[in-house]
Design a protein around this ligand. Structure first.
Ligand code: TLP
Length: 362
């Protein structure tokens, strides 16, 4: 199960294609996708659109490219996009919407559950006035990475869609992990995706594909997105080798996400018992566990992660005293138990190790 001999909890992006995916990739029928002639890409796009309840879909290189392609298709230069202050599109995509699109991010606070308050969204919508950038699109994220993998509900999403429509705006959903959101709530993914004007989801995270994301929307929207993808250099020719793995991902890897969610909970429960670490158990909703180091611990998150990596347990420091652990199909329950034991050992013995000069104090 382990990846490179490690229990790698840094991200679900670390997952590698499964044997069934590799087989499908090796035997995929391919063609030139720029001519629309890759049958495997076409099949994946049709499957994705059908699954999410949209008319059409477009394979893109990454989640980042999916979000940017969507925003470029919704906005002109100088338009504004309402985004969460902790959203991936705002904090972790190198400012692409501004750099490439000339799009102004209008930032509103993300709530603990990943949502944006409807009042905050409404207050951010600019009236038609020569002084203002024209508000064009609202972007949600489901599940919400920085808000601990929290999911948005169908009801909330519909309310934002209604608000967008009432103001003549578009709704985009960064659904990098939207299947995690659907499985966690036992709802059809359509209930989370259909009411938006555009939705991206990633094949290369919990679904274990090697690369690629899919952008879904209306036929008219996808026609524009196709052109924007070309501008970004994202037309990939014989992309069927990637799409073939994507098809297996959609067929085989969605339902099993439940296992990752149960493992995240099991890990969180164990971490909650370690003195010196804090985890909000209620906030663990899908495959992510964020935990904080007590201010009294004599080392910081980066040092804890360095030490854990030396014990073959990899995690990501996401703040000076905050750590993220993400579960996926290459981490078994037994490995979760082992990882928790390693973390507990390092935290309990960290103080002594600092005193002995074995551990670097922060
Ligand atoms: N997230 C990555 C890192 O970039 C932080 C991760 O390890 O979680 N939307 C969301 C919500 C994401 O979490 C990510 C990737 C993306 C978009 C971008 O996807 P890629 O990496 O395919 O461009």
């Amino acid at each position: 199960m382990a990846l490179n001999g490690c229990i790698d909890l840094r991200s679900d992006t670390l997952t590698v294609p499964t044997p069934a995916m590799r087989e499908a990739m090796a035997t995929a029928e391919v063609g030139d996708d720029v001519f629309g002639e890759d049958p495997t890409v076409n099949r994946l796009q049709e499957m994705a659109a059908e699954k999410l309840g949209h008319e059409a879909a477009l394979l893109v290189c990454s989640g980042t490219m999916g979000n940017l392609t969507a925003l470029l298709a919704h906005c002109e230069r100088g338009d504004a996009a309402i985004v969460g202050d902790r959203s991936h599109v705002y904090t972790h995509e190198a400012g692409g919407l501004a750099v490439v699109g000339g799009i102004l991010p209008h930032v509103v606070p993300n709530q603990a559950d990943g949502s944006l308050r409807l009042e905050d969204i409404e207050a951010a919508i600019r009236p038609d006035n020569a002084h203002f950038a024209t508000t064009r699109v609202i972007a949600l994220e489901n599940t919400h990475n920085r808000m601990g993998g929290a999911y948005l509900t169908p009801e909330y999403t519909q309310r934002v869609a209604d608000l967008a429509r009432a103001h003549g705006l578009k709704l985009h959903i960064d659904g990098a992990r939207i299947f995690n959101a659907a499985v966690a709530q036992n709802v059809d993914v359509k209930a989370l995706a259909q009411c938006a004007d555009s939705v991206t989801f990633c094949l290369s995270k919990g679904l274990s594909g090697p690369a690629g994301s899919v952008l879904c929307g209306s036929r008219a929207f996808i026609r524009i997105a196709h052109k924007r993808r070309k501008v970004l250099g994202g037309a990939m020719r014989q992309a069927g080798v990637i799409a073939a793995a994507g098809i297996v991902a959609l067929e085989q890897m969605i339902e099993r996400l439940r296992e990752d969610h149960a493992n995240a909970r099991a890990l969180a429960e164990r971490i909650a018992q370690i003195e010196g670490l804090h985890v909000a158990l209620d906030a663990v909703k899908t495959n992510m566990v964020y935990f904080d180091l007590d201010p009294d611990l004599p080392f910081d998150a980066a040092e804890l992660c360095r030490r854990a990596a030396a014990e073959r347990v990899k995690m990501l420091p996401t703040g000076p005293r905050r750590v993220r652990a993400v579960t996926h199909c290459y981490v078994s329950r037994q490995e979760i138990i082992e990882a928790a034991q390693v973390i507990a050992h390092l935290v309990r013995h960290g103080e002594a190790q600092v005193a002995n000069g074995k551990l670097q104090a922060y």
